[in-house]
Design a protein around this ligand. Structure first.
Ligand SMILES: [Zn+2]
Length: 681
């Protein structure tokens, strides 16, 4: 999933491609045919001197022994039963807004004496259960908050190694938290209704009864009856007269199951990449991504390992999609806010593509280890920015991320256990409650720090390939990651010694607003933005007009404007009169780029509402991406709560259930109660 956005330089990619990295890219392309023989990255980094260390082969350092599964967010008996495959036979009822049908699970018993299988469900209408073709007894247990209602199915006493088929007839209900149903009028084409899903973290269980834990992976097939075309997070096998068939041959955690239905047009972006979009936007969407999609895939294969998923396709959803992107296998879902007309946000596509390795190929065992998905993905994304565009872009991306990280850490000051890289959940807490930039940016900084500790990219790059080769296809915990890292670098005495200086506890379990180590980044692209922000902060502090003009930002890209506004937002409060002056000088409230618009409203609503509160409320009515709507509602509830509440109630049906729930929580947090303790969620 995407959380905080950083951007590629919109236009100057070529000019930033230094001779060194052009060499690297060319070398990378040369070894593409016969992908199995990809060359270790260090041999391509010609400017870094080789060390007298021969890195172990990618598979030479084995993974530590597989521990028992721990996942407090699943009620499934995953240590007794291993799910292998599931088949979905669905009919979509577009009028009733529900999916009816059956799921058939193929299971393998892990322990002698196992007599039942427990599946996760949430708000599902369970109709019948069959075990190996015969009707079977089951209990739908009492609801356990966001974990849902466990479905306990009697299998009869089994022995380890037994294979069992469990078929469940069921239907989704209006309370389903995974599905967003939009009317035709809420789409761009305005011709047919639209359907999309978002299963991460634990919403898959409201779409299909399953062992809804990232610790277990299944292949899946699906047959979907629908009067409107549908796509799934799998390879398309056939489509004929309202029946669509899919096959996901690579085992995935259930949070990567996805369905999208609506009027969509496909555009090829490269030999293995493509994008679906609503017809009115198809040309613009193709233009936005066609320069970058295939080169991103090629570069990622060179840094990590060959791409195993056959195709990398995306779909641009209507604006109510709550995230920037979601890395559903073979079908990344993307917010339309990335289609800015300047290719400035394609790094989100790069982020989702990197999940093909971190998250999808190697998954976190549980939501405490979520940072292994996101920290690694952000680390890879920024490493690829350096490879493709130069080191300034890697540093710039960390600088933008640092602000989002700071905001997230501040937001959890009342819940410091969520400030940890490995958060501590209490029973019945939803993983969505801890969702923030922390696993993304603290995680990426930790990996960057380790890269520097062991001696730089020259030493770290072969480890990256070893990590992804060793654990591919697995779901792992933070402890397994750490054990393998230490074992790998035991072959390098200097690195091994340096790793002993790492304060593991502070990085993994530390709380507070600071990283355990002060990190330095390349500031080339940020320097001008910082300097202009300093001039404004001084003018505000001195209460003077200052000499500002539109030419202050001449030649800037959207990212630099974002960094400028974030620096202002981090400083002393900006009075409304100065916000208006900023707007007059740089036309920020009318910026087409949503990242710029968001940061401007954050600055303008720091002190009071007024004109910009009205504008922000009107804008947020069409922004379903949580990064925008949560932030704006947070600001509005603080300065103009009545306007915020009215705007939310008028547009509630537009937002995805996950986003609507989070906005409701924003309101609770923002509204002090007089009758009892302040609610903290
Ligand atoms: Zn992500």
């Amino acid at each position: 999933m995407e959380h905080s956005t950083t951007h590629l330089h919109p236009t100057a990619a070529g000019s930033f491609l230094s001779t060194k990295w052009m060499h690297w890219v060319r070398s990378a392309r040369l070894c593409l045919p016969g992908l199995r023989a990809f060359r270790p990255l260090r041999t391509l980094c010609t400017s870094i001197p080789r060390m007298n260390w021969t890195p172990p082969a990618p598979t030479a350092v084995p993974a530590p022994p597989i521990p028992p599964i721990r996942d407090i967010h699943s009620c499934a008996n995953v240590n007794d039963i291993k799910p292998l495959h599931l088949h979905l036979d669905w009919s979509i009822d577009w009028d009733a807004k529900c999916i009816r049908g059956a799921v058939t699970h193929e299971l393998e018993v892990q322990k002698d004496g196992t007599a039942h299988a427990t599946f996760d469900t949430s708000y599902l209408d369970i109709r019948e259960v069959q075990v190996d073709g015969a009707r079977a007894a089951y209990q739908l247990e009492a609801r356990r908050g966001p974990l849902g209602e466990p479905l306990r199915i009697h299998l009869g006493e089994r022995t380890a190694g037994d294979r069992v088929k469990v078929a469940i007839d069921y239907a989704t209900t209006p309370k389903c938290t995974a599905l967003g149903w939009l009317s035709a009028s809420q789409t761009r084409a305005k011709k047919t209704p639209f359907l999309y899903s978002q299963c991460q973290a634990i919403h898959g269980r409201s779409l299909v009864p399953c062992m809804d834990t990232p610790s277990r992976k299944v292949t899946y097939t699906a047959r979907v009856n629908s009067s409107i075309p549908v796509l799934m997070s799998a390879l398309r096998r056939s489509s004929a007269s309202d029946v669509y068939e899919f096959d996901q041959p690579v085992a995935i955690p259930t949070y990567l199951i996805a369905i999208v239905g609506g009027l969509l047009e496909f555009r090829a972006l490269g030999p293995r990449t493509g994008v679906w979009a609503e017809p009115p936007d198809a040309d613009a969407v193709q233009w936005e991504f066609e320069r970058d999609a295939e080169p991103f895939l090629t570069a990622a294969e060179q840094v990590v390992s060959p791409y195993v998923w056959t195709r990398y396709d995306s779909v641009v959803l209507p604006p109510s999609f709550p995230y920037g992107g979601m890395e559903n296998a073979n079908l990344t879902t993307l917010t339309p806010s990335l289609v800015c007309g300047d290719r400035s946000a394609t790094d989100v596509l790069l982020h989702e593509l990197c999940h093909s390795w971190s998250g999808n190929l190697i998954s976190c065992m549980n939501w405490e280890s979520f940072w292994l998905n996101e920290g690694w993905t952000v680390y890879l994304e920024r490493l690829l920015l350096e490879k493709l565009y130069g080191p300034a872009h890697r540093g710039f991306s960390y600088i933008i991320g640092a602000k989002a990280l700071r905001d997230s850490l501040e937001g959890f000051q009342d819940t410091p256990r969520f400030q940890r890289l490995v958060p501590e959940f209490r029973d019945g807490e939803d993983p969505d409650d801890a969702f923030s930039s922390i696993p993304y940016d603290k995680g990426a900084n930790f990996l960057l720090y380790l890269e520097r500790v062991v001696g730089g990219l020259d030493v770290f790059a072969p480890y990256i390939q070893a990590y992804f080769t060793t654990f591919q296809g697995r779901s792992i915990s933070t402890e397994e990651w750490k054990a393998h890292l230490l074992a790998y670098f035991a072959t390098h005495p200097t690195a091994s010694q340096a790793l002993q200086t790492v304060d593991w506890d502070a990085w993994l379990h530390g709380e507070g607003l600071e990283l355990p180590v002060r990190m330095e980044y390349d500031q080339t692209l940020a320097a001008e933005a910082f300097a202009l922000a300093a001039r404004w902060i001084k003018a505000i502090g001195d209460g003077v007009d200052g000499a500002f003009a539109a030419s202050d930002m001449q030649g800037w890209n959207a990212n630099q404007v974002v960094v400028f506004l974030e620096r202002l937002h981090a400083g002393p409060r900006v009075p409304l009169s100065y916000a208006a002056r900023l707007d007059e000088t740089y036309s920020l409230s009318t910026a087409q780029n949503p990242e710029v618009r968001l940061r401007f409203y954050e600055v303008a609503l720091e002190e009071q509402g007024g004109r910009y509160a009205e504008e922000a409320a009107a804008w947020v009515a069409s922004q379903g991406r949580m990064k925008y709507c949560r932030t704006i509602f947070k600001a509005l509830y603080r300065v103009e709560p009545a306007l915020a509440q009215r705007t939310f109630l008028e547009n509630e049906s537009f937002y995805h259930p996950i986003a609507a729930a989070m906005i409701r929580k924003v309101r609770i947090r923002s509204t002090p109660t007089t009758t009892g303790p302040r609610l903290v969620v």
